[in-house]
Design a protein around this ligand. Structure first.
Ligand code: BTN
Length: 272
């Protein structure tokens, strides 16, 4: 495999470790606008749950909150078309499962590559970013729509795997990072990540949210620390006390009240 090509056979080998992912459709692109857009098109065209789009680079990668997602060659960019039912959507955000699967998949790939020190530096930053040594390594974007079959969730994952650090836009360099490999390669990360995501997704679909939530919470070092949270209209400060049963962040305020944060940007401001 060339430095910046993502081999179709490798993607298929990764999906062979899954029961559902990749059965409906697999697309591998050298370059695409956004894998989320392409997965949505596939699902709207009739592809079933688990349709997978992987790209080696994106021209119009999207991040959360309308931001752009820089997608230079070397990163791993993928989207899954999913059909969670309404009960599952109320249980836990599928994006949280995406973040946990990325963390655990990257961790396994780093361990296999003989990089336990880097594996130990991985963390989840609420709600679903994956950080390496305090800088952003990966992001998750869930886009929910509805059609005649019910909810359609396109889950997009972007991971800076083989990305050279100087390929990251200058303004991101202080806050973002890459694995800087290989090893591990994008194919190795993908083959660790997909079956893990599928197992988490099936566990939550079958009602196993509490165990998954405990696993995710255990990887969020911010819990128990003081945070500043930028909400849509205001900013709050307090103690990140934990996650509630649906994955929202509980922030204990100085006046004794507790805020339930469903969406916001969290920044640590020191120890309690
Ligand atoms: C974030 O803002 O942290 C989320 C970033 C999600 C990026 C991924 S890359 C694959 C998929 N396609 C996109 O356009 N975005 C997501």
């Amino acid at each position: 495999m060339g430095a910046h090509t993502l081999d179709r056979a490798a993607v298929q080998a990764a999906t062979a470790r899954c029961a559902c992912i990749g059965r409906a459709a697999v697309e591998v692109h050298e370059r695409v606008g956004s894998t989320n857009d392409r997965a949505l098109e596939l699902a709207r065209g009739g592809a079933g749950e688990g349709a997978l789009v992987v790209a080696a680079a994106q021209e119009a990668g999207r991040g959360r909150l309308g931001r752009r997602w820089a997608s230079p060659p070397g990163g791993l960019y993928l989207s899954l078309a999913l059909r969670p039912d309404e009960a599952m959507l109320r249980r836990l955000p599928v994006t949280l499962l995406g973040g946990l699967a990325v963390l655990e998949g990257v961790e396994a790939a780093l361990m296999a590559a003989g990089r336990p020190g880097d594996a130990a530096d991985l963390a989840l930053k609420w709600p679903n970013d994956v950080h390496l040594a305090g800088r952003k390594l990966a992001g998750v974007l869930g886009e929910l729509s509805h059609d005649a079959q019910g909810p359609l969730l396109v889950l997009g994952l972007g991971i800076n795997v083989e990305t050279a650090p100087d390929e990251l836009p200058g303004e991101l360099r202080p806050i973002a990072t890459t694995l800087g490999g290989p090893p591990p390669s994008r194919a190795e990360v993908l083959s660790e990540l997909l079956p893990r995501f599928e197992a988490l997704y099936q566990a939550v679909r079958q009602g196993g949210g509490a165990e998954v939530l405990a696993r995710a919470s255990a990887r969020m070092p911010v819990l128990g620390r003081r945070v500043r949270v930028r909400l849509a209209e205001r900013t709050i400060e307090g103690l990140a006390a934990g996650l509630n049963a649906t994955g929202a962040l509980l922030v204990a305020l100085a006046d004794g009240r507790q805020e339930v944060v469903v969406a916001g940007d969290v920044e640590e401001v020191g120890q309690p």
